[in-house]
Design a protein around this ligand. Structure first.
Ligand SMILES: [Mg+2]
Length: 183
């Protein structure tokens, strides 16, 4: 199978790191904790006057390359590949791409190894990418095409209202993807 895997908040902890850095930098400007978010975009759940500060923090030099791994992700990606699947990291760069694009590559090299950088797909429209499965935390993924992949939700608080799609974490991925391994 061809398995496409999103990066932010699926393998790299964008929201967690953003929240930690925001609280340090702006202790008097409250935003929602990642576990309590109801909207996909941080900006949509924060006062409008924070918008520019939000953009500038997440496009800051070193922000993306410093994101921690979502626990279990790296090991799971390696195992999915080892099971004979083609695994691609399918990720949308921020509009402020200058640091973002380079640092996504640096992140993948640091956490997975340089050869995995050959399997990065950067696109703002994931519907045009072919694959059997897309694992992504975004509640609804739309674009120019009808997707050929099945969207499996990576479980986050802001996508729990979505019904009718499979949902997974790096704890139960084997069951959800049907990769239960016999010992
Ligand atoms: Mg994401």
């Amino acid at each position: 199978m061809i398995i496409l895997i999103d990066m932010d908040d699926v393998i790299a902890d964008f929201d967690g790191e953003f929240y930690a850095k925001w609280c340090l930098k702006y202790p008097h400007k409250q935003i929602a904790h990642p576990d309590n978010r109801t909207k996909f975009y941080i900006k949509d759940e924060s006062p409008p006057e924070y918008r520019d500060l939000i953009y500038s923090l997440c496009s800051e030099n070193g922000f993306i390359s410093s994101l921690p791994e979502i626990p279990g992700a790296v090991n799971a990606l390696k195992q999915i590949k080892k099971l004979g699947n083609s695994v691609f990291i399918c990720t949308s760069p921020l509009l402020y791409y200058e640091n973002n694009v380079l640092e996504k590559y640096l992140w993948v090299e640091e956490h997975l190894g340089r050869n995995w950088t050959e399997n990065i797909i950067l696109t703002r429209d994931k519907t045009i990418v072919r694959g059997d499965i897309l694992i992504d935390d975004k509640p609804e993924i739309t674009g120019h095409c009808t997707p050929v992949w099945e969207h499996i939700l990576f479980d986050r608080s802001y996508n729990r209202h979505i019904k009718g799609k499979k949902r997974m974490t790096w704890k139960n991925w084997k069951e959800v993807l049907g990769f239960n391994l016999k010992k």
